[in-house]
Design a protein around this ligand. Structure first.
Ligand SMILES: C[S@@+](CC[C@H](N)C(=O)[O-])C[C@H]1O[C@@H](n2cnc3c(N)ncnc32)[C@H](O)[C@@H]1O
Length: 230
């Protein structure tokens, strides 16, 4: 199995731990995310899980190398999604599974609606708290300009704060996957509520976030796809 844009390797590590008989590779282009992922993998003493530096738009792996691929919150941050899809198709064996976790339109709605209270929260929390947000790892993402853009602008690489309500909608994702040559075999909400503003942070426990997810909508949705025979 391969996880594309694995970030801190949450899925790769958990799956490798739960299924010791499978072999997992997590790839990302961010050195800091990879070192975080490797730390976690080492702490769990996993020997069926590797993390590698790779570009999802030009993967170093051969054709038909994987039975399953996972991409969590990757499509929204890619400038060239079609190129990534071509690479997914290439490295996945015919009939292999592609599992995507993607933000929803309700996530976009609540993230937009909570911008103002979140702004006050950051102002009153002081510059230290502002510097820590968003909790990203690159030098660029730590700059004040980047934070302002993230705070007031779009989340992903396309559209804007308003059009993302459609771009993240399940109807649009389904159309996109089918156009890309994938059959949707399962789809469901992940079930946890959160916004992109870290509002209330750890004060809202996962249990409460699950309950809120049922009322206010899940922040992410899971799509299990099968690549249609070429
Ligand atoms: C929004 S994060 C998601 C991280 C993780 N999958 C998760 O859900 O927690 C997107 C990740 O994709 C990685 N990424 C973005 N473009 C990439 C590319 N072209 N090649 C490899 N990784 C990329 C980023 O470094 C980042 O770790």
């Amino acid at each position: 199995m391969i996880e594309l844009g694995c970030g801190p390797g949450f899925y790769s590590s958990r799956l490798a731990q739960r299924y010791p008989e499978i072999s997992v590779i997590g790839v990302d282009r961010s050195p800091s995310q990879l070192s975080w992922a490797r730390e976690k993998r080492n702490a769990l003493r996993l020997n069926n899980c590797q993390f590698q530096s790779d570009n999802v738009l030009e993967l170093s792996h051969g054709d038909d190398s994987f039975d399953v691929l996972i991409a969590s919150r990757l499509f929204t941050v890619l400038p060239n999604r079609r190129r990534a899809v071509a690479e997914m198709y290439r490295v996945l064996r015919p009939g292999g599974l592609a599992i995507h976790v993607l933000p929803t339109h309700t996530w976009r709605f609540w993230t937009t609606l909570t911008l103002i209270p979140a702004g006050f929260q950051y102002i009153f929390a002081g510059p230290g708290a502002i510097a820590a947000w968003p909790s990203a790892a690159t030098k660029q993402s730590k700059s004040l300009w980047y934070k302002l853009k993230r705070f007031l602008g779009r989340h992903g690489e396309h559209g804007n704060m308003l059009s993302e309500h459609w771009l993240f909608h399940p109807i649009r994702w389904r159309r996109t996957f089918r156009r890309d040559g994938f059959e949707i075999i399962e789809e469901r909400p992940v079930g946890i509520f959160h916004t992109g503003n870290m509002l209330l942070g750890k004060r809202l426990t996962i249990d409460r976030r699950k309950r809120l997810g049922q009322i206010l909508g899940s922040a992410c949705r899971l799509y299990v796809l099968r690549s249609v025979e070429r």
